[in-house]
Design a protein around this ligand. Structure first.
Ligand SMILES: [Fe+2]
Ligand SMILES: [Fe+2]
Length: 401
């Protein structure tokens, strides 16, 4: 009867095992290690002794017989592979039988490892998502700010046409609107200042021309001289390669180059014949006189060298300072050539004006004694330009007048 109930019990166990888990291996031994039941069908009904099996040995070699469930692990080496089994051994009630439950450690923990991996992936994805949302939000806030920064930089660099985007809501949009209003005001002021500066510049140049014309009007023979010398000087200066700033200096300096003649008596200035030695000595004072007239105006400081030195000679011997070569300011060297060319091509009380061609040839003959060879190279290039030769007609008309 007892054996029959044992068979039913083992059948129940077997059915339960089939239902609950295939990962577990279960077997029952008696107190000497003889196999009574095995969950694997292939090992059922085949009596064997497991006393030497490490799982069973562990319990049988223990000095005390287990009175309750014992958990332990057993490691085996299958070649290079190491496998660990988790074992629970429980004594069966009222018998000296032992129930062993054995599971591969890796298989046992596999769901936990999978869960851990899954959690790590989900946590990673959540962090990435939060990061992306954070970046998007940060960009939403910083974009209008960086736009505003860029527009401010443009404004500081003189680009007054760009405006900040006003789409952003809240304070940033308000800031952009206030900024744009300020940019509008600045642009308006700048335009006003530019217009005022252009007007002042025009007034200044008109005043310079008025002085030059007043000077030329003192002597009928020199009418238009200052304007022509200025025109020739600028064409030669451009060929010489003067920069924009130097071109402005030479324009004003050439217009005023003879301003010192204001201080020369009319009887010398308007004398129809050749000047005596004394008269010429007085005439030679017009460059320093001109420099002195403008000397009191700090803004004219750069204009003065062209006025003071336009009668110097490249190899020396000119006036007022007898400077030589590179010591003569380049502006004065250019004005000197333009001045001589106009004097040669216009009628004077003591000579009839030469043709442009003859005067140009004469200028070249006087190089390098009087004129800088580099300036003469620029003069020869300038001479062939339309702008220069265009004055031929004006000069011819002036001669007839
Ligand atoms: Fe002069
Ligand atoms: Fe002159």
């Amino acid at each position: 009867m007892g054996a029959l109930s044992g068979i039913f019990l083992l059948q129940d166990v077997q059915e339960s095992l089939a239902e609950y888990g295939r990962e577990f291996t279960m077997f029952v031994t008696d107190e000497r290690g003889s196999l009574l039941f095995h969950s694997e069908p292939s090992r059922q009904g085949r009596p064997s002794n497991l006393a030497d099996d490490p799982i069973v040995q562990r319990i049988l070699s223990s000095p005390t017989y287990p009175s309750s469930a014992v958990n332990y692990s057993v490691t085996r080496f299958m070649g290079n592979k190491r496998e660990t089994d988790l074992v629970t051994c429980a004594p069966l009630k009222n018998r000296r039988w032992l129930l062993f439950s054995q599971v591969d450690r890796e298989k046992y923990y596999a769901p936990i490892v999978a869960l851990k991996t899954q959690s790590t992936v989900w946590i990673g994805l959540s962090i990435l998502g939060a990061l992306l949302i954070g970046l998007w939000l940060a960009r939403l806030i910083t974009r209008p700010l960086s736009d505003l920064t860029e527009v401010s930089r443009d404004l500081a660099q003189g680009n007054f046409h760009r405006r900040a985007e006003e789409k952003a809501k809240m304070e940033i949009g308000e800031l952009a609107r206030a900024f744009n209003a300020m940019a509008d005001d600045i642009q308006e002021y700048i335009l006003k200042v530019e217009a005022a500066a252009a007007e002042t510049q025009q007034l200044f140049m008109d005043s310079i021309r008025a002085i030059a014309n007043a000077l030329d009007a003192k002597d009928p023979y020199t009418r238009g001289h200052s304007e022509r010398v200025s025109a020739y000087s600028m064409i030669v200066g451009k060929e010489y390669g003067l920069d924009e700033r130097m071109m402005r200096i030479i324009e004003i300096s050439s217009l005023l180059h003879d301003v010192g003649k204001i201080g020369i008596e009319d009887r010398i200035l308007r004398k129809p014949g050749a000047l005596t030695t004394e008269e010429f000595e007085i005439m030679k004072t017009h460059p320093p006189k001109g420099a002195a007239i403008l000397g009191g105006i700090p803004q004219m400081r750069e204009i003065i060298p062209g006025i003071r030195h336009h009668h110097e000679k490249w190899r020396g011997g000119g006036y007022p300072d007898g400077l030589k070569g590179e010591f003569i300011p380049v502006i004065a060297r250019i004005i000197g050539v333009a001045d001589a060319f106009d004097a040669m091509t216009t009628n004077r009380p003591y000579q009839k004006g030469m043709t442009f061609e003859k005067a140009a040839a004469r200028i070249n003959e006087l190089c390098p004694a009087v004129y800088d060879p580099v300036v003469i190279e620029a003069f020869n290039r300038a001479y062939h330009t339309k702008a220069f030769l265009g004055h031929q007609q004006n000069v011819a008309e002036a001669k007839l007048a």
